[in-house]
Design a protein around this ligand. Sequence first.
Ligand code: GLC
Length: 497
Amino acid sequence: MKILFAASECVPFVKTGGLADVVGALPKEILKAGEDVRIILPLYKAIDQSWRDQMEHVLYFYINLGWRRQYVGIMKLVYSGITFYFVDNEQYFGRDYIYGMGGDEGERFAYFCRAVLESLTKIDWIPDVIHCHDWQTGLIPILLKAQYKHLELYKNIRSVYTIHNLQYQGLFPIDMMEDLLYLGPWAYTSEALEFFGMCSCMKGGIVFADEVTTVSPTYSQEIQTAYYGERLDGLLRARVDHLHGILNGIDTVAYDPSTDPHITQTYTAETYDRKVANKLALQRELGLTVDAEIPMIAMITRLSGQKGLDLVECVLPEIMNTGAQLVILGMGESRYVDLFSWAQWKYPNQVSANFQMNNVLSHKIYAGADLFLMPSLFEPCGLSQLISLRYGTLPVTRETGGLRDTVLAYNEYTGDGNGFTFLYYNAHDMLHVIENAVRMFHNQRDIFNGLAIRAMKGQYGWDQSAKQYIELYEMVKKRAEDEAAAEANKPAENPAE
Ligand code: GLC
């Protein structure tokens, strides 16, 4: 099969969140299964020159975007056996940021979606399936169905759309989008793109993709309810026969405590006792009290409301009272930057706040911490809890979305579990669980270590999930072939008498 991933970010080229990790890791597994998988991305200015130097210019052409004629350059790079295409356009992607600020966000990604579809015949590689990710590529399924399906080369292409986060929907004024897309008025009815008076790119994916997936089984259920549905729960219920929850994995080569080049001391489940050297080194590096007996709680996260930081704010002094250290790594909303800056000032030897994206430091934290806090309000999948499990850093999580599917609370009667969890979005419920975990760290270290060693032995790779995606691609491909066969056998219209 030929599968094209269309996405707005991908490691190692450009990353703002977990989406990039998934787009970087899943294709590797699909390739291993023998499929021809390629990836297409925007060529942002942020993509490092060292990558650009390795790219080959394939060709260029112009596309119509409403009344505009816009340049599309296609660059190519083969990296770890996978062909990457990059869409080059200085006007849209030659900027210092990846998302946001410009006010022409809808136009940038409408352009990208159009460019992806137009490039297929130019590069002469027609995929069986285009796998789109999040709202930035949500217009591909509707454009494909509405404007390309009658074309011979496009008619068997099918699309799969993955929701990584339902909260970000890509909502833009209808007039502005129609000016770019030329779909016609039918496209802005509630059956299609219209969403509370706006044009929703997210709906373009959910309504028009052949199959829709989300990144964990629990999240696929949750988004069918009003609480988690972001006003799309009705639509998602209507598409339930085509909605699948497939759990994300992590890149188990990049995140491997037994070989990790970024950490002070490598270790395995068998040599778990060596892990503590990483904590001591990290405490020293971050200017915290250096003491193996102080439990360290880590948060590596986008600083956004989704991540449950309000709960941490509510009980921060109480968390400090447990004596634990708190290490934060991430960027985002200023209210949380203010919160953790204050905390670091107030508890200088106990809190370390690092407002950066820093891959090396993140590895040191995964390896160094004892507990990993993730009290999310909602969590489509969450990757950090999987990484921390693999590093034997026990997650403290709320039972939602992918967290619920991956972290099993310690059960003192059976001994089961690989972390600590709470159900309700309630700061004191969270606090209670943190206090229990800290108490276990001090008083029942054998049990604590046993849980960590069990966590390290879990399977967090992509093997199983990649299989599920491949089955899905096969299903839509088969359906396309059946439709084509039915079409070919159909008696001609108005047969000659
Ligand atoms: C988004 C979600 C996160 C998920 C990631 C990758 O960042 O918020 O839960 O793990 O996408 O699918």
